[in-house]
Design a protein around this ligand. Structure first.
Ligand SMILES: Nc1ncnc2c1ncn2[C@@H]1O[C@H](COP(=O)(O)OP(=O)(O)OP(=O)(O)O)[C@@H](O)[C@H]1O
Length: 326
């Protein structure tokens, strides 16, 4: 069974000071994650990546009004009671954040924090939880476990803390890990080590990963499939190698054109000429039309359909064509 299915997810916010008026920074997002698979969610800043991840976690800001469907192992999460969502977050889904320092309590040593989480999940004594914490730290290649567990967060390097956070995430034996820019704050070498670690753990434990990043090189390094977001919509999805070697959507082509060498340490997305329309809801056709090098009259008048392409791919474009890029 598919692990995570997000279907037609739209997130609306009331517009400040304008009664009845709304913004819709996420519109019609559909994506899936299979067990043991990593789906990369890539896109420029403000494209809706984080809101999509927060919606899966049931942690959207209170003003957000989501609709659509988010199913985890077949269980509908959108609209589920808060107690059920808390239970899912404590067991089935874990989150790895960009800044591990903020995920840990700064005034408690790691041992206390690990023990609390492990005992909440598994029960048992403090000694048993401490032993499990040491096992988990060894699993993420932090070997001086006594010293690490006795440390306060500020006493560890960013890379060590990120590994510790992955260990904490593993402690609940998650089926899905949501990693939001989880290596962006690390230097290139440490970031790559952490990505390799995630891959190794994924093979060992079989969890799925929703990997949110603005870095195409990172997505290519880690992911099986990719979903490209533009202005709140998934404009292209497919197997990562196929999408990156022969992108079907002009936006994906433009992104890849802006980063000529998408290798292991490929940089962040370069900015493209032009801007996302200030009010995407007032756009009658395709929201990328004002920046697209291939715009036709049809693009300005009619929203593009999600076109299914060979090779388990989809693109939101009237003229989607993976051959164009080849
Ligand atoms: N609490 C909120 N109220 C209203 N609008 C919001 C709120 N949070 C986010 N948004 C809108 O949603 C858009 C998408 O935000 P999101 O954080 O998902 O983008 P992102 O793709 O993760 O960007 P980044 O890479 O910069 O984190 C934002 O540009 C903003 O317009």
């Amino acid at each position: 069974m598919t692990l995570l299915t997000v279907e037609d997810l739209t997130i609306e916010f009331p517009r400040a000071g304008r009664s009845g008026d709304t913004t819709r920074p996420v519109r019609g997002v559909t994506l899936t994650v299979e067990p043991g698979q990593t789906l990369g969610v890539v896109g420029e800043t403000g494209s809706g990546k984080t809101l999509t991840g927060l919606a899966v976690l049931g942690l959207l800001p209170p003003a957000a009004q989501p609709r659509g469907s988010i199913r985890l192992d077949g269980l509908e999460l959108l609209g589920a009671p808060p107690s059920q969502l808390r239970a899912v977050r404590g067991s089935t889904i874990a989150m790895v954040f960009q800044n591990p320092a903020t995920a840990f309590d700064p005034v408690r040593p790691l041992r206390t924090q690990f023990e609390r989480v492990i005992r909440r999940h598994r029960g048992g004594s403090r000694a048993q939880a401490g032993a499990r914490a040491a096992e988990l730290l060894a699993e993420v290649e932090l070997h001086d476990t006594d010293r690490v567990l006795a440390s306060y967060p500020h006493q560890l390097s960013g890379g060590m803390l990120q590994r510790a956070m992955i260990a904490l995430a593993l402690s609940c034996e998650p089926r899905l890990i949501i990693a939001d820019e989880s290596t962006s704050a690390l230097d290139v070498t440490v970031a790559q080590q952490v990505r390799r670690l995630l891959l190794r753990l994924q093979h060992a434990y079989g969890f799925g990963v929703l990997f949110i990043t603005h870095n195409l090189g990172e997505a290519r390094d880690l992911c099986d499939r990719v979903a490209v977001l533009y202005a709140g919509e998934v404009v292209e999805t497919g197997p990562v190698e196929d999408v990156f070697t022969a992108p079907a959507h002009p936006y994906t082509r433009a992104l890849l054109g802006a980063v000529p060498t998408v290798d292991d340490d490929g940089g962040p997305l370069a900015s493209l000429p032009g801007e996302v329309p200030a009010d995407v809801l007032s756009v009658t056709g395709c929201v990328f039309a004002n920046r697209c090098p291939q715009t036709a009259d049809l693009c300005r008048s009619t929203p593009p359909p999600a076109r299914t392409l060979p090779g388990d791919r989809r693109a939101l474009c009237h003229f989607a064509d993976p051959e164009v890029a080849a």
